[in-house]
Design a protein around this ligand. Structure first.
Ligand SMILES: *Cc1c(COP(=O)(O)O)cnc(C)c1O
Length: 394
């Protein structure tokens, strides 16, 4: 099936990129193959020199299982092209090395690994990285004028679910000749299409919603053919290719992406509303709640509010930990987007390394509990939270 066909998203999830298989398989078979043989020297040269498309060597990404997955990944974000990676961090690393060398501005609370890479590792190569908060957005103009050529952000953010205006930030970046990359992991392509809003790249930890079952680690980068072209060499020589087995599993997962995420949206909304009514919950951070500060913007640029929310328990850090420990259905684990509901207290996991002052600056506190709503019945999830909260006290 051709990816240019203007089909709706769920249809593309099922059909985009799938190869016509001589045996009649309705989906692309798994080629565990590391290398591919040719009929002649001339035939291999045609592929090596780019005159013919073809499978060659799996680490280059020239393997039908990987390329079929990439056609599907591109289609999900409405992109011309996509590259698959062995992890979300591998995708980000290739992106920063290919496009961030003149300076990167990261806006807002990004994933911990991203912040570490930007703050600690990339500067070792002389790369200027600037981490600014959402409240410091007025600094963006100066940083762009100062030469930064890549803007990177997540929206909604972790764990405060801050929402950024993608169209406005893309316009600002482009006015200075810079590019905008959006980590779309939290929203997933079902709820948000950054490229359609003006971003140049969508980045994913496919480990989360795209994989959706907590059983694979992968990443993806989507964009135009032209912008992705230089990424090919970086991925090839960083060796950050996903295994064909993982690509096959990810393609399998993507066929159900839309039904999974829509269900997670609906359940998260129900959980958020129930938590908002709960006397032991001080605050619920979820873009789907009409009184949430980012709600109007989210309603404008997203088509669903996502499966992630944060509640602030009416307790101190220890009292909040006790609530988390009493949960039975929500497992204490630092990931998201799977069929199983997961819970973390950010100060003990994702934001553990931050100083008290830095946490305060970022609006992170010990009473925050981040929930990744899975595919269980919302009623059961709400009942679990209610029993865990029933004994909450300062
Ligand atoms: C998990 C995550 C990453 C990193 O992805 P890995 O697949 O673990 O490398 C990046 N961004 C966000 C938003 C994430 O949640």
């Amino acid at each position: 099936m051709h990816d240019k066909t203007p089909m709706h998203l769920a249809t593309r999830c099922v059909h985009a990129g799938e190869l016509d298989d001589a045996q009649g398989s309705p989906h692309t078979p798994l080629y565990t193959t590391t290398t591919f043989k040719f009929a002649s020297t001339e035939a291999i040269l045609d592929v090596v020199e780019g005159r013919a498309a073809g499978s060659l060597y799996t680490r280059y990404g020239l393997n039908p299982t990987i390329q079929s997955l990439e056609a599907k990944l591109a289609s999900l974000e409405g992109a011309e092209a996509a590259f698959a990676f062995c992890s979300g961090m591998a995708a980000e690393t290739a992106l920063f090395l290919a496009y961030g060398r003149e300076g990167v501005v990261c806006i807002g609370d990004a994933y911990g690994g991203t912040l570490e890479l930007l703050a600690d590792q990339l500067p070792l190569f002389g790369i200027d990285t600037h981490l600014i908060l959402g409240s410091e957005l007025d600094r963006l103009e100066d940083l762009l004028a100062g030469g930064a050529r890549l803007v990177f952000l997540e929206t909604p953010t972790n764990p405060a679910l801050e929402v950024f205006d993608l169209a406005a930030i893309a316009e600002k970046a482009h006015a200075h000749g810079a590019l905008l990359a959006v980590d779309n992991t939290f929203a997933s392509p079902v709820n948000q299409q950054p490229l359609a809003l003006g971003a140049d790249f969508a980045v994913h930890s496919a480990t989360k919603y795209l994989g959706g079952h907590s059983d694979l680690t992968a990443g993806a980068l989507m964009g135009s053919q032209e912008l992705l072209a230089p990424i090919f060499g970086w991925r090839k020589n960083l060796g950050s290719m996903p295994a064909p087995e993982t690509c096959n599993l990810l393609a399998r997962s993507l066929r159900t992406l839309v039904v999974r995420v829509r269900q997670q949206n609906a359940s998260a909304q129900a959980v958020a509303e129930a938590m908002q009514r709960h006397p032991r919950v001080r605050r619920v951070l979820y873009p789907g709640l009409p009184d949430f500060p980012g709600h109007d913007l989210a309603a404008k640029q997203m088509s669903g509010f996502g499966g992630m929310l944060t509640i602030e328990v009416d307790a101190d850090t220890e009292g909040t930990a006790a609530v988390v420990d009493r949960l039975k259905l929500f497992a204490i684990a630092p990931s998201l987007g799977g069929a199983e509901s997961l819970v973390t207290q950010p100060v003990t996991t994702t934001h553990h390394g931050l100083s008290e002052t830095e946490r305060e600056r970022r609006g992170i506190n010990g009473a925050m509990v981040r929930l990744s709503v899975g595919l269980e019945d919302a009623e059961d999830l709400i009942a679990d939270l209610e029993q865990a909260l029933s004994v909450a006290s300062g």
